[in-house]
Ligand binder design. Structure first.
Ligand code: MN
Length: 396
């Protein structure tokens, strides 16, 4: 029942189908699963199973196997927001590694045994609690029955992931070798890392998928990496604690994908506006070069328009190999401050932020801004949605 309500509130067609993919909705009929291939400090595969409004998550260093004799270590990590299911991307830089996330598989799953009178979510909940879950994946790459067996409790419980013997089992193949492209965009890890646009492949999933790599187009070609989090329109100040307040200057909202050789600026509608803000793009690329790492910023231009307008960096979404989207705003802000600290970056400033909404409204009044933004200190960055922890409050 709880999950029914959760389903009414959330749009699975949106969460299971990243913007622009235009593929059939497979998520509406059951619990959702995704597997993300993640080139962090160590390459691993993140298995995520929907339960009770979150994605239970395991980091599987070697990824899944279709060979029933193979047991793969799966370290349970913190639950992830459902919105993370659509995340694929990285900084536009032509190299492997560092925070590149690929949507490797997606679909629905079902517990193999549902006790009489229980629903599927209840069965999954019981299996997780008992440390033994048998479930069937209905994915685009993975199908058939798998087991997760807990071997060790503790803060990061260890589990083993293994394939059951069934028609989908295959002792002779190595699925992680065979399938090297994104299930939503058809891109390889290199193409995602390079920030290149979607490359549709008729043979995706096949062994040749990784061999037909096209040279990555220039960074400016990409448009589909992270969707900006949308502010929820609000009429008044939040009445609880734990918020911080920023100017809403009414200028252009921009995500900046910055690597040492180039920066790409994309507005809220996904249009490339790099050419319009050449000075800022160049000074951000220079910063990346000095820091020797790529990063992604979210921010607002002053309304002066094109040319030499100042960019106010408000949020840091990726920093080198770190994907910060799920971190609380406070942590992202601390990372943003250390990124820009003591470094003069032409035409780029940190967005101001104050603890008092009244103070910021007063400033908006005097400066003639449309109003202010409020951010909850502990809120994650939720791409593409009107987030509860991000409000836009007009000054009247
Ligand atoms: Mn991961």
């Amino acid at each position: 029942m709880k999950l029914d309500e959760y389903r009414r509130k959330r749009d699975f067609r949106r969460t299971a189908e990243p913007a622009g993919a235009g593929e059939a909705d497979e998520a509406a009929d059951g619990l959702v699963f995704v597997i993300q291939k993640h080139a962090a400090s160590h390459l691993h595969y993140d298995l995520r199973l929907e339960l009770d409004g979150v994605m239970l998550s395991w980091a599987v260093p070697k990824g899944p196997s279709l060979d029933p004799s193979v047991k793969r270590l799966a370290m349970q990590v913190e639950d992830h927001p459902i919105e993370y299911n659509t995340f694929e991307g990285t900084i536009p830089q032509g190299e492997y590694g560092g925070g590149t996330v690929m949507l490797w598989d997606r679909g629905t799953y079902r517990p193999d045994e549902v006790p009489p009178g229980a629903d599927e979510a209840t069965a999954v909940r019981r299996g997780i609690r008992a440390g033994k879950l048998s479930f069937t994946l209905f994915g685009e790459r993975l199908r058939g029955s798998f087991a997760l067996i807990r071997t060790d409790r503790g803060p990061k419980p260890k589990w083993l992931l293994m394939k059951h013997r069934d028609a989908e089992a295959d002792a002779d193949s190595d699925i992680t070798e065979d399938v090297v492209t994104s299930v939503v965009s058809g891109r390889t890890m290199e193409e995602i890392a390079a920030g290149s646009g979607r490359v549709w492949r008729s043979n995706r999933g096949g062994r040749s998928g990784g061999e037909e790599r096209k040279p990555a187009p220039p960074a400016s070609a990409a448009t589909d990496v992270i969707e900006p989090m949308k502010p929820t329109p609000a009429r008044s100040l939040p009445d609880d604690d734990g918020w911080t307040f920023e100017p809403w200057r009414g200028g252009e909202r921009v995500l900046a994908y910055v690597a040492s050789d180039a920066a790409r600026l994309v507005d809220a509608r996904g249009r490339d506006v790099t050419a319009k803000h050449r000075t800022v793009a160049e000074s951000l690329a220079a910063l990346s070069s000095r820091l020797e790492r790529p990063f992604v910023l979210d921010g607002e231009f002053e309304p002066a328009g094109a040319g030499r307008a100042t960019f106010f960096a408000a949020d840091l979404l990726l920093d080198g190999g770190e994907v910060l989207l799920e971190r609380p705003w406070q942590e992202r802000r601390a990372a943003l401050e250390s990124l820009l600290r003591r470094r003069r970056v032409r035409n780029v400033k940190r967005q101001e932020t104050v603890a008092s909404g009244r103070t910021m409204l007063g400033r908006a009044e005097r400066a003639g801004w449309p109003g202010m933004f409020a951010r909850r200190l502990d809120a994650p960055y939720e791409p593409g949605v009107e987030a509860d922890g991000f409000l836009r409050i007009p000054r009247h």
